[in-house]
Write a protein that binds this ligand. Sequence first.
Ligand code: UT7
Length: 383
Amino acid sequence: MTYAHIVGWGKYVPSKVVSNADLSKTVDTSDEWIVSRTGIRERRVAGPKETSATMGFIAAKQALDVAGVLPIDVDLIICATATPEYSFPATASVIQDMLGAPKAGAFDLSAGCSGFVYALSIGSQIIQGGGHQVVLIIGTETLSRITNWNDRGTCILFGDGAGAMVLKASADPGGVLSSLVRSDGSGGDLLMVPAGGSHMPTSAETVLQGLHWIQMNGREVFRFAARVVDKATREVVERAGLTLDDIQLFVPHQANLRIIHAAARSLELNEDRIFVNLDRYGNTSSASIPIAVCEAVECGRVQPGDKLVLVGFGAGLTWAAAVIEWGVPEPLRKRNIIERTLRIVIYPVAAIRSRVAKFLRRIEARLFGTPSPKRIDKDGKKK
Ligand code: UT7
């Protein structure tokens, strides 16, 4: 039997902090209202050069480093995001190029704030089925780019950041013990970006109407979330053949402290068994759970052998849960000089390789007459 172990983890958050007091200068809100209704005190916002791919890349590099895995060994990259770099190509492919992971397949996964747990579930099942040995999963979001900063109902909630994990095949029992993924598309309109897709392509009109921003029925999403966190947690723990008492730490999606407290009450869990960091980052959608797990590990809340429940919920509507057994990470071997040098040069070399590949493609196009990729402007003319 093959198990999928979590052998590496990493996170990245932008350095720019936006506090509740900062927001109260631009919209009609207050620190008191935001803290009492959500638990959020501040959030991180990406700088002009930070994107879902650049942040996901940094988190992925860290995770590979912790795992002692080189990009060349990665078989598959799954990137969960609601704020991809482009409609296509996939952000996962952009990150694959930045990492220089030549044999990795790559695709994006769209399941709102549940995306990372979906990626964990799918990635672990691919490994358990013998399909791949090493799967890199990433949750990365630049929600600040789709947030209407004049809408007090949403702008107080969201933040930017990224988290990643490396899943690796092992014959030793442990790793991802059980998982579930669910959806109820009838609630799709409760949390959406209405324009920009095939249903309503972007136009001057959609931009004027603000339909490219997040629209949310907060109250309904709240009710849905409080219901599914309890149900999904119980089901996934039972699937793992465990009881709630066997779980050392619960890491729910960091959306709202009141949702987390309501779930804790209905699951009869002490708050010290629940990890919360939304006060500092707000809701970072698919990045919230991997960022939280990284911080829980950093501050000693996760020990080898501990069992954790991760539960996500969000747009779709979707929800997902997983039980993981935290393995003893492969001891960070004292790396010799060659390995250390390799880790320093590997990413600049990947960037050069990417540029050379683009250059050669252009030369080839000139020599053999295939049209070189040009951008088309709004009148259909090549630029
Ligand atoms: O990642 C998953 C997706 N998202 C979520 O999980 C979000 C789930 N929902 C929530 O977290 C909460 O519904 C919110 C925090 C968004 C809103 O809290 P609420 O307690 O449900 O407030 P509400 O929408 O029922 O609004 C109550 C009042 C309204 O005023 P009136 O109509 O009672 O006069 C709002 O206009 O609070 C007002 N309000 C605000 N007041 C000050 C809404 N936003 C704000 C604000 N500051 N930022």
